[in-house]
Design a protein around this ligand. Structure first.
Ligand code: NAD
Length: 255
């Protein structure tokens, strides 16, 4: 049985990915900085007949990420797939960003992704079995969004790291790709909606409705829409794909 780690899987997109990978037949280690939600999702998987393990940890803590990967390998047998999904957003005008804002955003969205790739790749190389590194990018990895400048910068960084890692790790039969969602109806977008409201003067739900008009397919994305693509990236059909950061956004950003 292949083993996947999904970070930030206590809710939202990560939860959707964890449930889907479990349904696909992978054993799933459910990570989140919020212990209770990681345990709840691991429990949900087990209840549905899947194999799971809750591995709460903060992805900004490099030692904790390496310890998490060690624990997953010890308890589930290996680490074959790492989905570095955990991320944060913050709506703020560029001229108002503080050093602490920048530091926090890069710590979670960039440093956290690097630590996950390092720990998982090290394990995969030792196993000699190859593997799949899958990172959370965004449409904001391809086009910088106003009021989300530092968030967009972290997602551009994830795209660069995905390309560099793909080149460095190909010799070990490790592929590295990223998924780029658009506007997904999660708690993160509730926060973005509220933050944009402060700048645009919009009420609850109005910024989300305004931005959703950009979606060609005409509806807000669900975590399952993202999980279907991550399922492909985690499985053998994507074995010849590496270094790509692919839009799965209902047709907002087309390149
Ligand atoms: P969310 O805020 O709903 O959930 C994120 C989860 O990550 C939470 O459970 C949170 O506790 C966890 N987390 C946060 N910091 C962590 C840390 N340091 N260590 C471990 N876990 C941590 O967000 P979401 O909408 O599900 O987004 C998931 C990923 O997808 C993020 O990387 C986000 O940037 C990306 N994304 C989201 C959207 C969207 O529209 N929601 C669009 C594009 C990309």
């Amino acid at each position: 049985m292949t083993v996947a780690v999904v970070t930030g899987a206590g809710r939202g997109i990560g939860r959707g990915i964890a449930l889907r990978l479990a349904r696909d037949g992978h054993a799933v280690a459910v990570n989140d900085v919020d212990k209770a939600s990681a345990e709840a999702v691991a429990h949900e998987i087990a209840e549905a007949g899947g194999r799971s393990l809750a591995v709460p940890a903060d992805v900004t803590d490099r030692d904790a990420v390496f310890a998490m990967v060690d624990r997953v390998a010890a308890e589930l047998g290996s680490v074959d797939i790492m989905v570095a999904n955990a991320g944060i957003a913050q709506v703020k005008r560029l001229l108002e960003l503080t050093p602490a804002d920048l530091q926090r955003m890069f710590e979670v969205n960039v440093f956290g992704v690097v630590y996950c790739m390092q720990a998982a790749a090290e394990r995969m190389i030792a196993q000699g079995t190859g593997g799949k590194l899958i990172n959370a990018a965004s449409i904001a990895a391809h086009s910088g969004f106003d009021y989300l400048g530092h968030y967009s910068a972290t997602k551009f960084a994830v795209r660069a790291l995905t390309q560099a890692a793909a080149k460095e790790l190909a010799q070990h039969r490790i592929t590295v790709n990223a998924y780029c969602p658009g506007i997904v109806g999660t708690e993160m977008w509730n926060q973005i909606d509220e933050g944009l409201g402060g700048y645009l003067g919009t009420g609850k739900g109005e910024a989300l409705a305004k931005y959703s008009q950009l979606i060609a397919l005409g509806r807000v994305q669900t975590p399952e829409d993202v999980a279907g693509f991550v399922s492909y990236l985690a499985g053998p059909d994507s074995d010849y794909m590496t270094g790509q950061s692919v839009m799965i956004d209902g047709g907002i950003v087309m390149s």
